[in-house]
Design a binder for this molecule. Structure first.
Ligand SMILES: *[C@@H]1O[C@H](CO)[C@@H](O)[C@H](O)[C@H]1NC(C)=O
Ligand SMILES: *[C@@H]1O[C@H](CO)[C@@H](O)[C@H](O)[C@H]1NC(C)=O
Ligand SMILES: *[C@@H]1O[C@H](CO)[C@@H](O)[C@H](O)[C@H]1NC(C)=O
Ligand SMILES: *[C@@H]1O[C@H](CO)[C@@H](O)[C@H](O)[C@H]1NC(C)=O
Ligand SMILES: *[C@@H]1O[C@H](CO)[C@@H](O)[C@H](O)[C@H]1NC(C)=O
Ligand SMILES: *[C@@H]1O[C@H](CO)[C@@H](O)[C@H](O)[C@H]1NC(C)=O
Ligand SMILES: *[C@@H]1O[C@H](CO)[C@@H](O)[C@H](O)[C@H]1NC(C)=O
Length: 309
């Protein structure tokens, strides 16, 4: 039957009404997860500094973490701030630091602590309705004057020329229809999104924590062209489903009426037949042939003028 597919179309219609309402996305982490992340920063600074025994400047040293933090990787590099400003650092793990990076307040030597939070990333830096496609990486600057110091405040650390480049490795591919974004968490809980540059590269002018995320499918954002087309298709499917459903209902109603009419007609025919049988004329033999014979005349003939006064 031609209308049968329309029945199947009614099913997606049902699910469309079950979708959750769409919401905008907040861009600030909550205070309890922020303070947990700041406590982790302090702990990692401590362990990173312990990697220095006889540190040479410009050489990264891997830190060793206790087993309750396994999955996280850290490193520390000590630099003269003059050399950082005039030369930058060609490559420090995923970070490429250009010429012109200046710390504030000024210190003679500083330490750049590198963090790769690995499978702990989501625990400390999860965003509602976002999926991490890469581990969270951190780059934080501290004063290097006392290498056994703990709970050091970070130095403000900015690129005044070119931005710092972060080349992520091991990035998961974004699900179909979603766009990966660079995300930057500053030290005060602010979150900022930006576009990826070439490949899996993000840019920053400041220190903090960085990752690549994609918004979960159900979150709201301005639809791209392809999605708009998809939206149009959805609307058409709804219209087709409704029309198909209505047509199906009309067909059903028609069938019911038709069946009822059929039944009625059959009953009529039976009644007529029964009437015919009941009214069967009495036959009488006239010689060799049988001929119908009326027993009584039902309407008595009357002269038309009989009643006329
Ligand atoms: C995340 O998505 C769910 C459902 O799509 C929604 O209820 C929730 O409000 C969203 N959260 C934010 C912060 O956008
Ligand atoms: C903050 O986030 C944590 C999980 O990261 C959650 O347990 C807590 O309830 C959140 N607090 C607020 C006020 O949203
Ligand atoms: C891991 O253990 C160290 C002591 O070895 C402790 O200071 C730290 O708070 C622990 N960290 C976590 C996340 O449990
Ligand atoms: C991360 O993975 C390590 C093993 O590689 C495991 O010991 C640790 O518990 C994991 N951490 C989290 C937060 O899942
Ligand atoms: C370095 O820091 C440690 C721990 O805070 C402290 O005990 C020590 O006195 C400091 N050394 C100097 C030279 O300030
Ligand atoms: C956040 O990122 C945008 C670019 O995506 C930039 O224009 C803006 O200045 C950034 N905000 C801060 C506070 O850095
Ligand atoms: C990010 O990329 C999108 C297209 O993918 C573009 O429309 C948008 O303007 C870009 N944003 C910035 C800040 O460059």
């Amino acid at each position: 039957m031609v209308l049968l597919p329309s029945l199947a179309m009614l099913f997606p219609l049902m699910f469309l009404f079950c979708l959750p309402p769409l919401m905008a996305q907040s861009i600030s982490t909550n205070s309890s997860s922020r303070s947990a992340a700041r406590a982790l920063d302090a702990l990692l600074q401590d362990y990173a500094y312990r990697a220095f025994l006889h540190p040479r400047t410009g050489v990264p040293y891997d830190g060793v973490l206790p087993s309750n933090l396994s999955g996280i990787k850290i490193a520390a590099m000590r630099l003269r701030s003059g050399s950082l400003r005039s030369k930058g650092v060609k490559m420090y793990r995923e970070f490429e630091i250009p010429i012109g990076v200046v710390e504030q307040p000024y210190v003679e030597r500083l330490v750049l602590v590198y963090q790769n939070l690995g499978n702990w990333s989501m625990l400390y830096y999860s965003l509602p309705n976002c999926t991490n496609l890469a581990p969270v990486l951190g780059l934080l600057a501290y004063d290097a004057s006392n290498l056994s110091a703990t709970n050091l405040p970070e130095l403000d650390f900015r690129a005044f020329g070119d931005p710092i480049k972060i080349r992520f490795s091991n990035v998961q591919s974004a699900p179909d229809g979603s766009v990966p974004k660079c995300v930057w968490f500053d030290l005060h809980g602010l979150v900022n999104f930006s576009n990826l540059t070439s490949g899996n590269e993000c840019l920053t002018f400041q220190q903090g924590h960085f990752s690549i995320v994609t918004e979960s499918i159900s979150s709201s954002r301005p639809p791209s062209r392809g999605e708009e087309k998809k939206g149009h298709r959805k609307v058409w499917i709804i219209i087709a489903s409704v029309l198909g459903g209505l047509a199906l209902l009309a067909l059903l109603a028609f069938l019911v009426l038709w069946a009822r009419k059929c039944k009625q007609r059959k009953k009529m025919q039976e009644m007529e037949k029964a009437a015919e049988v009941g009214e069967a004329l009495h036959m009488t033999s006239v010689g060799d042939t049988k001929a119908p014979m009326a027993t009584i005349t039902r309407t008595q003939p009357a002269l038309e003028n009989e009643y006329v006064p």
